[in-house]
Design a protein around this ligand. Sequence first.
Ligand SMILES: [Zn+2]
Ligand SMILES: [Zn+2]
Length: 394
Amino acid sequence: MHLGIRSFSTSLRSTMMLSTLGKSEVSDDERYVDPMHRLDTKEFYIPHTRTRVYLFATPMHKGSKEHLAEKWAYTVKDMRRPWSSPFEAFLLHTDNPNIHRARLGLAWAKERKDGTQRKATDWNGCESRHQRARQEEQLGLLRPLTSWQEAGICKGLDWTWNDWLLSQTERVLDLLEISTLRMAKDGVDSGFKACIWNVSQNVDRQTGSGRTALAPCLTPNMIPWVATRRGPVTGREALAIQGIPVRELLLTSENEDQLADLAGNAMTTTVVGASMLAALRVALGKISEGQDAAGDAAKIEAEEATADDLVAKGIVGEEALTSHDLDLAKVATADLAEMLDLAERSSRHCQCEGQSGTASPIEECSACGYRACKSCGGRPDHQYASCQGGTRGV
Ligand SMILES: [Zn+2]
Ligand SMILES: [Zn+2]
């Protein structure tokens, strides 16, 4: 008798099977019962609409009244805990070094693929559909977000990820414009709404894009655009929206495509966890005890203690350290004017600046004080003059 949990996913369904008996032990009067249940990620803490089929299968004798599979289904449903945080809580801050790296990676990969930056592509097939959508929905002809043009030119608003936009096709850029206009038509500035638009979809299939706080089903090939960020969801964030603890993973050699692929094919950990717990709960009686359960547990504990000891022994040279007094409140030599100057010089002058570096040259609007670097600034118009903020890079 054995207990095994298998999970596998196809494009249409994900399945989890808990078998309490080996197949060879199943006789003719036994059969597997396998009611399938659709479980949705947003019912299990995470703000992500993702419905997958889960299956609990266990052998059942004819006339048996155990109904473990039904019990499992009820137990899983009892463990539901609907989402209450927006998907933004699972995203990284825009000045996070991982975001900076992802931006470089996304722009670089596209550049490599195409040889140069974005070229004008043939999108005749979709163009007429886009035109029809603009006409039928009375959206007009404007391109307020990216102001893209046919020759591969694109200049997004100052705070958009223009490097990423430059690597996108006309179809994607125009769909971003149409989505922006659709919300503008309802009097909504999409830049202030936490929505994820799937811009890999066709113009007339893009439904539910105005839904806020909840992520649509992330798939390996989709292009998820975050309206408030004015940039895409990065691969690392897509993993987080699947409940995978990205902070504990060493993700250094995987590129953005591979991370998005991994996340798009993954099953959500909170749903898998609930299913497994429920399965163990209802089928615990079916699992035979080990030969020496208490002995095995003690052995595992002893092994863990040895591993901890090894780590502790790895720290050497402690006796060579010297001790000094530390006064965290020491302000005797601080000059307020100098501190304010340093604070001003180290403040963020453009949205592209972050923990990973500063930008130059910086320009400042003489009318409103808005600052941007020369490559990001430009839309909307300001009365720019060279920034007088002193030397940067403190
Ligand atoms: Zn900039
Ligand atoms: Zn201005």
